[in-house]
Ligand binder design. Sequence first.
Ligand code: TPP
Ligand code: SF4
Ligand code: MG
Length: 303
Amino acid sequence: MAYKALYTEAPQELWLPGNSACQGCGSTLALRWVLKALGKKTVIVAPASCANVYVGWWPRSSAGVPYFDMAFAAGGSAASGIAAALDYLNRKDITVVTWAGDGGTSDIGIQALSGAAERGTNFIYICYDNEAYMNTGTQRSSSTPFGAWTTTTPFGKKQQKKNVPMIMAAHDIPYVATATPSYAKDLYEKVKKAKDIEGTKYIHILAPCPPGWRFDTESTVEIGKLAVETGMWVLYEIENGDFKLSSSSKRLLDPSKRKPIQEYIRLQGRFKDVKDEEIQELQRGIDKQWEKYKKLEEGCATF
Ligand SMILES: Cc1ncc(C[n+]2csc(CCOP(=O)(O)OP(=O)(O)O)c2C)c(N)n1
Ligand code: SF4
Ligand SMILES: [Mg+2]
């Protein structure tokens, strides 16, 4: 029912069908909801990634809004230039969005993002996180989770996932949030909220990727749900420094309420060779994050 109301509230489709994304792409599913939340007066900057490919070529592009393919490192800086130009023209009605992958955010683009946040650039930076460099054939990024196979981690990644939303929270920007398209209403509402806030907003979206994670294309939404239900992916918002777990994650503060992470990883070929001790290490990293979130939720810690 909630979804019916959501479709009624936001019937406009600004991400068009027939695009060249893989079947079951979590990134384009998220982008569809992001554009429903933002509306037509939106400009997108997309650094090198799958997002440059699935948008297609003008005049047959799938984006119903202006969409700039950008150099890999320049997501934050190119958006800063567009935001400055719109500010000069006094066009406060247009929302500038960077739509970047995890490689373009957590690795090569982090300096431009950090600079834009430090300047207080008025834009929304959204990272769609498919946890590897998918456009170039699944190389690891600093956002790839511990234990996951990629072509550059053939025996599983040996490092834990970098926590970019927390890095952005430390920039003291007015809004940081996490999301996943499996919880579309939550995603839609967070983007809508970000639209009305002045300054730099950062949203990090977990975007399941069937070919890169090696799961069946019809399981995208289920995989995203399991990421949240097992505590692998935590949904929250940070508004002016106040940390708040979103309802689907808040009920998991008690670890006994979380599903075993095996339920999430067993559906994905990228984890098929993980050993028991590696699953324990993955779990240890997740538990450590949750301890931090618990303290933040209770107001006993700051960024
Ligand atoms: C400076 C530079 N180095 C490498 C590339 C090649 N390249 C294009 S997209 C890409 C991967 C992007 O990964 P990510 O940001 O995670 O987005 P995804 O492809 O997963 O959607 C790479 C390495 C490039 N375009 N520019
Ligand atoms: S590789 Fe993954 S993120 Fe890229 S288009 Fe395909 S499903 Fe989407
Ligand atoms: Mg990626």
